[in-house]
Design a protein around this ligand. Structure first.
Ligand code: GSH
Length: 258
């Protein structure tokens, strides 16, 4: 049986397509990427930000092809092969890139141990509070008014907590760091919530619009973002309640995201 999610646009478009074109040559780091995926975009931003050499390979993770399952048994993008050994999970990959390429600048984690740990607290907040609330709001249907209202409130509250920590223009001040990388892909997709779920950047609190604009206009973020209409088509399935991805199933079942 074909899942509806399988019918995604097959390749990156817009600025992201130009970036793909520049990363076709074989390298010791192979990036198994789904152009449409926000978790995936985290890793892509880090690669671009730091000028790490990588070979881009597009994967449709909904097809669960044998070769890809050998790389990531969970069957999820992003994944990488580094010197022919496989790794996956976006947040683990971000840390891995810091460890494996320490001399590539800019580093995305501060050098001070306390500041590094502090970054990780807020990356964890994004993963456990912001992203699940974002998905719940996306998937709450128009006839589920209360569900929508409570997911929107939950999202604003989680974002407000992060906003209180933002020094500006980025989370840690002038340096663009892992917290920014971890949330930027959802910021560039927020228009889906704005157009369909009554969500507004302005309602997060004073300073959020500025922070969100700083992230969206960052070069590495723009270079890894595809055209809006192609993203919209992916999210239409969630907006209509038809998505069958692992994440959609988890949200419906009230379970943590995969
Ligand atoms: N926890 C994973 C990470 O952070 O890397 C989540 C990755 C994830 O959910 N990827 C989605 C996927 O590959 C695309 S956005 N889905 C395939 C499926 O649901 O079958």
């Amino acid at each position: 049986m074909t899942l509806p999610d399988e019918n995604i646009h097959p390749i990156a478009t817009g600025k992201a397509a130009e970036t793909v074109g520049k990363h076709q040559d074989p390298q010791e780091l192979v990036f198994y990427s789904g152009w449409f995926c926000p978790f995936n975009q985290r890793v892509w931003i880090a690669l671009e930000e730091r000028g790490i050499l990588y070979q881009y390979k597009e994967v449709n993770p909904y097809k669960k092809e044998k070769h890809f399952l050998e790389i990531n048994p969970k069957g999820l993008v992003p994944a990488v092969e580094y010197k022919e050994k496989a790794l996956y999970e976006s947040l683990i990959l971000l840390e891995f890139l810091e460890d494996a390429y320490p001399s590539y600048s800019p580093n995305l984690l501060p050098s001070d141990p306390y500041e590094r740990a502090y970054e990780r607290i807020w990356v964890d907040h994004i993963a456990k509070a912001i992203v699940p609330a974002w998905m719940r709001l996306l998937m709450a249907q128009p006839n589920e008014r209360e569900k929508q209202d409570s997911a929107r409130k939950e999202l604003y509250e989680a974002q407000k907590r992060l906003l209180n920590e933002v020094k500006g223009p980025y989370f840690a001040g002038e340096q663009f760091t892992l917290v920014d990388v971890a949330i930027a892909p959802w910021i560039v997709r927020d228009y889906v919530l704005a157009e369909n779920r009554g969500y507004k950047w302005e309602d997060v609190g004073n300073g959020w619009v500025k922070y969100a604009e700083a992230l969206s206009s960052r070069d590495s973020v723009r270079r890894t973002t595809s055209d809006r209409d192609k993203h919209q088509a992916t999210y239409d399935r969630y907006l209509r309640g038809e998505a069958q991805s692992e994440a959609a199933k988890a949200i419906r079942a009230g379970k943590p995201l995969p």
